[in-house]
Design a protein around this ligand. Structure first.
Ligand code: HEC
Ligand code: HEC
Ligand code: HEC
Ligand code: HEC
Ligand code: HEC
Ligand code: HEC
Ligand code: HEC
Ligand code: HEC
Length: 425
């Protein structure tokens, strides 16, 4: 109760300082300096409520000489007035975006401009409340912006709820190479219905689910799914072949040590960034939530069957995937591919992404292993499409861009391995 009062008090103080400033200094000067930005703020609920520039940026700066004194507000500034959304967000999967990015070896090989600079991976992974250590590291590298995740879906400075409810707010990140949810959804029956409705060709009340209906139900900022991104889970399956295949995949992710089968260097990161559901209960909780959502428009039986068909595709995809990994692993074992110094094991390692050959590879691109790149593409691009497409009700992605491309990758890997062996001295 006392905590609530303090928050209410500081909110009032912030609001009052906002009202005082709204009419003067910041807005007046910035109307000349950056008029588009001021207009954007003027159409926001914040402007209506007297939440002004200084409410978020402080009042330490007042001229073009001292602009570096303006605070770049982190999520905690929003928290002062939006405790509920902050709380939910802090328990969600988005809160791991920055940390999971930094847990991947590829991040530390690729240019900083793409990471802390936000021009590549870091542009989408600027999701998550940064720790003091993470902020320090970012500043030490000379990067001053990218301190806030809340402006990713309701972008600054209009900070609009309506914008965040538009599936296009998700499209900017959930698209492309390894997670084309926008492409899959928008060309599925669900998405085409939604788009037809937007164009006025379906009555307003007609059912047309969009991202937020399935993943941010009732405005809940806490988002998780059962299978997650990597399509692995614990406990391992009972079926012996599928179990062996999932173990092979976990070895290529260095979650398990390929020589001993014991936990490998990436094992800790999986739990730390919530990369996979690690108990049956955790998986079932998310799955049941989803079935309840589907059941608003479909029969529960229908929903259950559709989702379990998706599950039963997994062992089929994993059989092909494991076959491919084992084919490449045999080339390492037989000395046809030399272990890069920064690979954890003499075994293919999917988490260097295309820079197969590791950091060495970047200094000397001649060392890049092409067969490893085909393997990465099979995992990251095509296996993703095969199961993500199934769950997003998109037959073409599930088959042609997913399953079918995986068989092509496997064929290519086998052919390359044969040639490599035939030409090896
Ligand atoms: C007399 C003019 C003036 C006043 C008053 C003023 N600013 Fe600025 N502000 C500037 C200029 C000039 C810049 C630098 C713009 C640029 O780099 O293009 C700037 C930059 C900023 C930046 C960006 C800083 C960065 O590192 O990119 C923020 C945020 C900001 N101002 C907020 C405020 C707030 C909040 C107030 C009121 C407390 C305020 N400004 C008052 C002129 C002003
Ligand atoms: C509700 C909070 C909030 C309010 C109110 C607000 N800002 Fe911001 N502003 C932000 C956030 C969040 C960022 C992004 C910070 C980051 O990326 O590190 C930002 C960034 C900026 C930047 C630097 C980035 C850019 O796009 O140029 C400027 C300049 C700026 N704000 C000016 C203003 C001005 C002028 C006003 C008042 C008209 C204002 N802000 C009101 C939250 C706010
Ligand atoms: C000083 C208090 C204060 C701060 C700080 C603040 N807000 Fe708000 N915000 C409000 C008030 C008041 C409203 C209007 C009532 C409501 O919707 O809660 C509002 C409304 C909103 C809305 C709903 C807008 C709509 O279209 O209905 C969003 C989204 C939002 N704020 C996001 C943010 C974000 C993101 C930050 C941090 C960058 C932030 N706010 C910082 C007070 C604040
Ligand atoms: C700025 C980029 C960005 C935007 C915008 C964005 N996301 Fe995400 N989303 C991410 C990232 C990055 C992750 C992975 C987080 C991590 O690393 O753990 C993610 C993860 C997720 C997950 C969790 C998947 C899992 O592993 O279980 C869901 C669900 C999700 N987002 C839905 C949405 C929805 C719905 C929207 C739009 C309302 C949205 N996202 C907008 C970047 C974004
Ligand atoms: C276009 C935006 C975007 C870019 C660029 C991007 N990512 Fe992602 N990333 C996402 C989204 C969205 C997810 C969640 C996808 C899902 O769950 O299907 C994600 C998921 C991940 C995950 C898994 C997180 C988890 O816990 O489930 C890792 C690790 C990751 N990305 C690393 C990277 C690296 C490294 C790069 C650059 C080489 C990168 N990403 C580039 C948007 C992006
Ligand atoms: C009709 C409901 C529905 C809609 C609409 C929907 N999804 Fe999903 N989404 C699912 C289901 C079901 C899964 C798989 C859940 C599981 O693992 O059990 C999923 C999984 C995900 C995942 C985790 C990785 C994956 O793809 O399997 C992300 C991220 C995601 N969805 C984002 C989005 C985005 C972004 C949109 C909009 C462009 C969207 N979804 C639209 C139902 C939906
Ligand atoms: C993944 C996209 C996404 C991110 C990131 C995000 N929001 Fe939202 N936000 C939404 C959506 C969608 C809604 C509309 C929910 C609804 O009404 O169903 C919303 C609504 C809101 C509202 C209006 C609530 C109301 O009902 O009036 C506030 C306030 C808000 N968000 C604050 C925040 C804050 C603070 C953060 C950062 C901690 C944040 N949001 C991060 C998507 C996001
Ligand atoms: C807001 C309502 C709504 C929700 C929620 C919803 N759907 Fe649908 N779904 C529809 C409508 C409407 C159609 C189009 C019906 C048709 O095919 O004529 C459809 C079509 C489908 C189809 C294609 C059927 C066909 O005949 O081609 C599948 C599969 C499906 N939904 C599965 C799901 C699953 C699984 C979920 C939950 C993850 C879900 N839906 C959630 C409304 C919804």
């Amino acid at each position: 109760m006392k905590g609530k009062l303090i928050i209410a008090g500081s909110m009032l103080a912030l609001l009052m300082s906002g009202v005082a400033y709204a009419k003067d200094a910041c807005v007046e000067c910035h109307s000349k300096i950056s008029p588009g930005q001021v207009k954007d703020w003027q159409v926001s609920r914040h402007a209506e409520e007297g939440v002004s520039c200084d409410s978020c940026h402080g009042d330490a700066h007042s001229s073009k000489e001292d602009y570096k004194k303006a605070v770049m507000p982190a999520e905690q500034v929003c928290q002062q007035c939006h405790e509920e959304q902050f709380e939910q967000f802090s328990h969600g999967k988005h809160n791991f975006g920055w940390t999971s990015l930094n847990a991947i070896p590829a991040t530390h090989i690729a240019p900083d401009e793409l990471m802390e600079g936000g021009g590549g991976c870091g542009g989408c992974h600027n999701m998550g409340i940064k720790t003091e250590a993470q902020k320090k590291e970012q500043l030490a590298k000379g990067y001053r912006y990218q301190n806030n995740s809340c402006d990713e879906c309701h972008t600054r400075h209009s900070f609009s709820k309506k914008e965040a409810l538009d599936p296009k707010a998700c499209q900017q990140c959930h698209m492309g190479y390894d997670h084309p949810q926008w492409e899959m959804w928008s060309s599925s029956k669900h998405g085409t219905r939604y788009l037809a409705q937007q164009a006025g060709n379906l009555p307003e009340g007609a059912a047309a689910p969009k991202c937020q209906d399935c993943h941010m139900k009732d405005g809940d900022h806490n988002n998780h799914t059962a299978w997650g991104f990597l399509g692995v889970r614990l406990p391992l399956p009972e079926d012996p072949q599928w179990k062996a295949d999932q173990i092979t995949i976990l070895k290529a992710l260095a979650v398990l040590n390929p020589e001993t089968g014991e936990p490998g260097p990436v094992y800790g990161a999986v739990a730390a960034v919530d990369l996979a559901r690690l108990t049956k209960e955790a998986f079932d909780t998310e799955r049941n939530k989803m079935i309840n959502i589907c059941s608003e428009c479909h029969s529960e039986e229908y929903a259950k069957e559709r989702l379990s068909l998706g599950d039963s595709m997994m062992p089929k995809l994993d059989r092909m995937m494991a076959d491919a990994i084992e084919t490449v692993a045999a080339l390492y074992k037989d000395g046809l591919i030399t272990k890069p110094a920064d690979y954890p094991f003499n075994y293919p390692f999917l988490l260097t992404f295309m820079e197969t050959g590791g950091a060495e590879g970047r200094k000397d691109f001649n060392k890049i292993s092409y067969i490893d790149q085909v393997l990465l593409q099979m995992y990251m691009k095509h296996r993703m499409r095969a199961y993500q497409g199934f769950f997003h009700v998109n037959p073409d992605y599930a088959y042609w861009y997913g399953y079918s491309e995986m068989t092509k990758d496997l064929g290519e890997i086998k052919e390359l391995a044969k040639t490599m062996r035939a030409t090896h001295k």
